[in-house]
Design a protein around this ligand. Structure first.
Ligand code: ZN
Length: 162
């Protein structure tokens, strides 16, 4: 054990069978020392209670299952982990035509439910600094039905008046 508290997925699962009772883990690697850490997917569960499709994917080390499970809030709570989304998203504005508009209604669509600060996203999208965006919000020149000062992870719209 080392002091690092960040892990990355190894891409492997482990399933233990004890008679008809199964445990399943997602294996992570410590970013500090490389040790393997196990995240419990389920434990001491009768084989009949486990979906056969899930079991197949676990045995096959299905790579698509890793992000699916890691985004599962039940699994996150059970294992006391959260996802580090730093650098995990990028913004696709589809051009720069919007930068010249005096009033722009902007729709933000999320391809994945990644928590993002709207202030940062709006700054990136509109070529502004975060301080400028915060000032525009305070002045009522950036308005939205959602709270723009926290984090969001789902689609929203905002209006920017320059
Ligand atoms: Zn370590």
């Amino acid at each position: 054990m080392c002091a690092a508290d960040r892990f990355r997925a190894s891409g492997k699962f482990r399933v233990n069978a004890n008679h008809k009772v199964l445990d399943a883990w997602l294996l992570l690697l410590c970013t500090g020392c490389g040790d393997t850490v196990k995240l419990t997917i389920f434990e001491r569960t009768h084989v009949r209670s486990v979906r056969p499709a899930l079991l197949d994917r676990l045995h096959a080390n299905d790579p698509a299952l890793v992000p699916e499970l890691l985004q599962d809030s039940v699994l996150q709570k059970r294992n006391h982990v959260s996802l580090d989304w730093e650098g995990a998203w990028r913004l696709d504005t589809g051009g720069s035509g919007h930068l010249d508009l005096e009033v722009a209604d902007v729709e933000v669509r999320f391809a994945a439910r990644i928590p993002v600060r709207p202030v940062r996203l709006i700054a990136d999208a509109c070529g502004l600094t975060r301080g400028e965006v915060e000032r525009l919000i305070a002045d009522g020149k950036v308005v939205s039905a959602i709270r723009l000062t926290g984090k969001v992870s789902g689609d929203f719209t905002f209006t920017l008046k320059r």
